[in-house]
Ligand binder design. Structure first.
Ligand SMILES: *Cc1c(COP(=O)(O)O)cnc(C)c1O
Length: 239
């Protein structure tokens, strides 16, 4: 094995242990939680190694980086998640390689994604990003819709050709009442998810938890965790 392959294999094993332990502690089956490895800022060669090590789900947050990486890895059996704030002028590109967009947070984006998915002849899975630090009617500082905007956006996704409503995503807030309280934030997300599932039973994905707080997310009931640093290493500070 190359050094990088050994490093990624070791890191993956450690993350796998953390997820398994968190599932056991929460009395959940390991299969109830899917690991998504966030490969942003890391090269396509790492994505290829991860696929060889058994990773099925990868995530990116910038189209400029993701588009060429996905093209280089088109031969791999991977599911690509887009998790970053998304401008409508990037939507056509994202719809060409992403299987899931986890950062759906406004009606204009729903309309653009729908047009792009239909144009590409693809179905895009959509998660509504919930900003737990946003006031009613506002956007979060890192994207996302305030909790009281979830229902209308969900209805818009369901009505949009080419889109499939799969569930909710959040990032633990750095500000507001949930700052420093990821478990409380993820419990709140689960409550919002219950409301969503009452109207849309198939929209049962709950994407929450990153390298620092995946245990809290698993304990709360997340179905998907998004882990970057703990698998690939600390990212160079870019922006
Ligand atoms: C970068 C990123 C992650 C992964 O964060 P780590 O702390 O590196 O695990 C998860 N979700 C989103 C939306 C991200 O942008």
């Amino acid at each position: 094995m190359t050094d990088r392959r050994t490093e990624l294999a070791d890191n993956l094993a450690r993350v796998e242990e953390r997820i398994s332990a968190a599932c056991a502690a929460a009395n959940r089956k390991r299969e109830e939680v899917t690991l998504i490895v966030v490969t942003k800022t890391y090269p396509a060669s790492d994505v290829r190694i991860l696929a060889e090590l058994g990773v099925h789900h990868v995530a990116e947050n910038r189209d400029q980086d993701a588009a060429p990486k996905a093209a280089e890895c088109a031969d791999l059996p991977l599911i690509w998640h887009f998790v970053g704030q998304l401008q409508t002028n990037k939507v056509r590109s994202v719809a060409s390689y992403a299987d899931m967009v986890q950062s759906v947070d406004r009606k204009r984006l729903v309309d653009a994604l729908s047009r792009a998915a239909v144009g590409a002849g693809r179905e895009l899975g959509c998660l509504i990003q919930v900003a737990l630090d946003a006031e009613s009617g506002q956007q979060g500082s890192r994207g996302g819709v305030a909790p009281d905007g979830v229902e209308a956006l969900a209805d818009a996704v369901v009505a949009a050709p080419g889109l499939r409503l799969d569930g909710l995503m959040t990032v633990a807030p750095l500000a507001g009442p949930y700052a420093g309280r990821p478990r409380a934030a993820f419990d709140r997300l689960m409550e919002i998810s219950s409301g969503l599932r009452a109207a849309h039973p198939a929209a049962n994905m709950v994407s929450a938890g990153m390298s620092s707080d995946l245990e809290d997310a698993v304990a709360a009931g997340a179905t998907h965790v998004r882990v970057g640093t703990a698998v690939l290493g600390v990212r160079p500070r870019l922006r």
